[in-house]
Design a protein around this ligand. Structure first.
Ligand SMILES: *Cc1c(COP(=O)(O)O)cnc(C)c1O
Length: 402
């Protein structure tokens, strides 16, 4: 197909997106897909040849590059090579995978756990393995795209409730037949706003209406709770979430996703999940890195405390400087700029002063609420955070949003 001549829907879509990218680039407003070329210590990276403070990382506990984790990955390559013999169900399972899954289960306080090749795929396959046509799935409106896609793929009736609105969740649960199969799903920490799901009340509603509960802890592992065990520890309601999902690509500096839950739930997924049965196992180096990361979190509890101190400092400091940070309570701190252009301009200013933050615009967030999606980690020093906030303040004043 000749793209320059064709005008079917595919060609038109491709052209429209490329034009949008070209316009953004020409205006100096394109900040995506930049490459980091080097790590320099805990929270500094080299981008575009410049060393910058990293304020856009998902590595909340600062574990990327941790010597113990690097060594575990290297040792695994020496022992097993770089790949597996295929899918987990057939020849792809290594003792490392089993050890990783037992460690995750212990960390999450469940009987068992299973891993998949990404967090995205974990949500897709888990939701679609658990519910189908005739069932109902209830999803918070701000849930991550991978949850939405899993719900759509499942074919279940897809019911969305207003963000963190328990009254509306209850109204919607009431509307469906009492004997229908129901699954409620929410992020623990919402990935664009940084706020936390009202878990105690979701649990109550799930009990009252006989619904299963699945929580995505992509941004809550290592972040919430004194020991970083996540949302149940945060609220002191251990053992209340039926299906605990998480990723191995954020706080855990590897790749992959997991589900932790009862032995039988996990056995079911190992024999039904298409992503488990038809997609290759995690490579040894990544499984070993993830495993070692869980051990480091236990051995170095100070990291969780440092993250929580830094979070407090960052949120309070930005609010005191006059920024709107919505309802965040976590390391994800939205800095509301308003229009897409304002978010781009503030980003450009921050980069010019070597603070690496990234803008999030519509449709990822509602129009008019374009923002910097800034994050803080355990690896930042208080001085680095103060400096970054001063830079963001200067940019905000220059652009006129504060
Ligand atoms: C990042 C993320 C995922 C996907 O995880 P990956 O391991 O990156 O595929 C799922 N859910 C939420 C809430 C996320 O933020």
């Amino acid at each position: 197909m000749d793209l320059s001549r064709s005008d079917d829907n595919i060609a038109n879509r491709v052209r429209a997106m490329c034009e949008r990218i070209d316009i953004g680039t020409a205006a100096g407003f394109y900040f995506y897909n930049l490459s980091v070329t080097e790590l320099r210590g805990g929270a500094r990276v080299v981008v575009n040849g410049r060393e910058m403070g990293m304020f856009a990382s998902y590595g909340y506990l600062g574990l990327i590059g941790h010597p113990r984790i690097n060594k575990a990955a290297q040792d695994a390559i020496a022992k097993y090579g770089t790949g597996t013999h295929g899918v987990r169900m057939l020849a792809g399972t290594l003792d490392l995978h089993c050890e990783l899954e037992e460690t995750i289960a212990a960390f999450k306080g469940t009987e068992a756990a299973v891993t998949f090749s990404s967090g995205y795929v974990t949500n897709l396959t888990t939701v679609s393995s658990l519910v189908g046509r005739n069932d109902y799935v209830f999803s918070d409106k701000l849930n991550h795209a991978s949850i939405v896609d899993g719900c759509l793929l499942s074919g279940a009736k897809f019911i969305r409730f207003r963000h963190n609105d328990m009254k509306q969740l209850e109204d919607k649960l009431k509307e469906v037949p009492a004997d229908a199969t129901k699954l409620v799903i929410a992020d623990a920490v919402f990935s664009m706003d940084g706020d936390v799901i009202d878990l105690p009340n979701v649990v109550k509603l799930c009990k009252k209406y006989n619904a299963w509960l699945m929580i995505d802890e992509a941004h809550s592992i290592g972040v919430l709770g004194k020991k970083g065990r996540g949302i149940e520890e945060h609220f002191g309601v251990e053992g209340t979430v039926d299906i605990k999902m998480g990723t191995l690509s954020k706080t855990i500096p590897s790749v992959g996703g997991y589900i932790a839950g009862s032995t039988d739930l996990i056995r079911y997924l190992r024999h039904v999940s298409r992503a488990y049965i038809f997609s290759a196992a995690l490579p040894p180096a990544q499984a070993a890195a993830a495993l070692e990361a869980f051990r480091v979190i236990e051995d170095e509890p100070q990291r969780v405390a440092d993250l929580q101190r830094n979070t407090e400092l960052f949120i309070t400091g930005l609010k005191d400087r006059g920024f709107n940070t919505l309802l965040t309570e976590t390391a994800i701190v939205p800095v509301i700029c308003g229009s897409d252009e304002a978010a781009f301009m503030v980003t450009g200013e921050a980069h010019a002063h070597d603070v690496f933050v990234l803008p999030v615009i519509s449709p990822a967030v509602p129009a008019g609420l374009a923002r910097l999606r800034a994050t803080v980690t355990a690896a930042h020093t208080p001085d680095e955070i103060e400096h970054a906030m001063d830079v963001i303040e200067g940019a905000g004043k220059k652009i006129g949003i504060i």
